[in-house]
Write a protein that binds this ligand. Structure first.
Ligand code: WQD
Length: 318
């Protein structure tokens, strides 16, 4: 099997590259190295390319043909909610143009399997206990909207070009499968807390007056290595399942509050942490936990790592 991993030098992509290499697949990485690192991809071939460029489809199609690729996994996109609100056209242009180029390249090179990084951000602020894939997505920011539109694009491409496609809706990804592949950005809760502690500052909790048991927001934290395995399961699923374009939640089905994440970090580091309680952050749902039955039943994938595993791996990687 040969897979083109677009955005393969990034945090999540590089974990998938390593798992593919471990199972003996050939991997070609396409990445512009804007946030990724060439050092993360082992001996995979690197095509340094910005996928949003007008000539990117042609270049990727050439790489697919030359390598005999039979599948594509597309990670390369902007992924910051706040930035997407401030710079919406950058998100609409780059995330959509990038995916359009990936689909065009796959069509030209007759690559049949495409796995796409979608996000729980497609759901917006759902008022449900567990988020099922059947829930009508209502994204509340441009980032989530580009991911939802990306899913439509793949559904259309599948219908028109006979591709096999799947979208993976990631919940809150954290941790590291290998220290050198850790998340180097300080954008999400776990790295933000670790960074604050290293600087001798108190972590800030965005609101403790939510309708949850301890008043802080609940999220579904999934270990990046578990998430990476879900991509391999998705490739295998596309080989055997005949159903049209499908989306899958990727999470654990278990929720942890902000205070529980802070407690886990305190436990793992063996320290006491006294967080500061700040105001609520705009656009935060009180709880976002995914239903996992679809991916478990149809792909046979299930997360097996705990919050402590996530936190321990993130701490050890620093
Ligand atoms: C987690 C929780 C914050 C920082 C985002 C995207 C989502 C997906 C994952 C990509 C929230 C609280 C945070 C801090 C805090 N991304 N928090 N203090 O917003 O759940 O999800 O990343 O697809 O689409 O929206 O993740 O890590 O920002 O926050 O209290 O300093 O931690 O309020 O409850 P979020 P996050």
């Amino acid at each position: 099997m040969t897979t083109l991993v677009i955005g393969g030098a990034g945090y999540i992509g590089s974990h998938v590259v390593r798992l593919l290499q471990e199972r003996g697949d050939k991997v070609i990485v396409v990445d512009d190295l804007s946030t990724g690192f060439a050092s993360r991809i082992g001996d995979a071939e690197l095509l340094e390319l910005d996928v949003t460029r007008p000539d990117a489809a042609e270049k990727m199609a050439f790489a697919m043909r030359k390598s005999g690729a039979d599948s594509v996994i597309h990670f390369a996109a902007h992924k910051q909610v706040g930035e997407s609100v401030a710079e919406p056209m950058m998100y609409w242009h780059d995330n959509i143009a990038g995916l359009a180029n990936v689909i065009s390249a796959a069509r030209t090179a007759e690559v049949k399997k495409v796995v796409f990084s979608s996000s729980a951000a497609v759901y917006g602020m759902p008022d449900v206990e567990l988020v099922e894939e059947t829930l009508d997505p209502k994204p509340i920011n441009p980032y989530g909207a580009t991911k939802y539109v990306g899913e439509w694009m793949l559904a259309d491409a599948e219908r028109a070009y006979g591709m096999r496609t799947a979208g993976l809706r990631y919940f809150n990804v954290a941790g590291a499968g290998w220290p050198e592949l850790a998340d180097t950005m300080v954008m999400n809760l776990v790295p933000i807390i670790l960074d604050a502690l290293e600087k001798g500052k108190a972590p800030i909790v965005f609101g403790d007056d939510y309708p949850t048991p301890d008043g802080t927001c609940i999220r579904d934290y999934v270990h990046v290595l578990d998430l990476a395995h879900a991509h391999l399961a998705a490739l295998d699923y596309l080989d055997r399942d005949e159903r049209a374009h499908r989306v899958f939640n990727v999470g654990t089905g278990k929720g942890s509050s902000v205070l529980e994440v802070i407690e886990a970090i305190a436990r793992v580091k063996g320290i006491e942490i006294k967080p500061e309680i700040g105001p609520r952050r705009a656009g935060d749902p009180a709880r976002l936990i995914c239903a996992t039955s679809r991916i478990e039943e149809e792909m046979g994938w299930k997360s097996d790592k705990t919050l402590d595993d996530i936190v321990r791996s993130a701490v050890e990687a620093r």
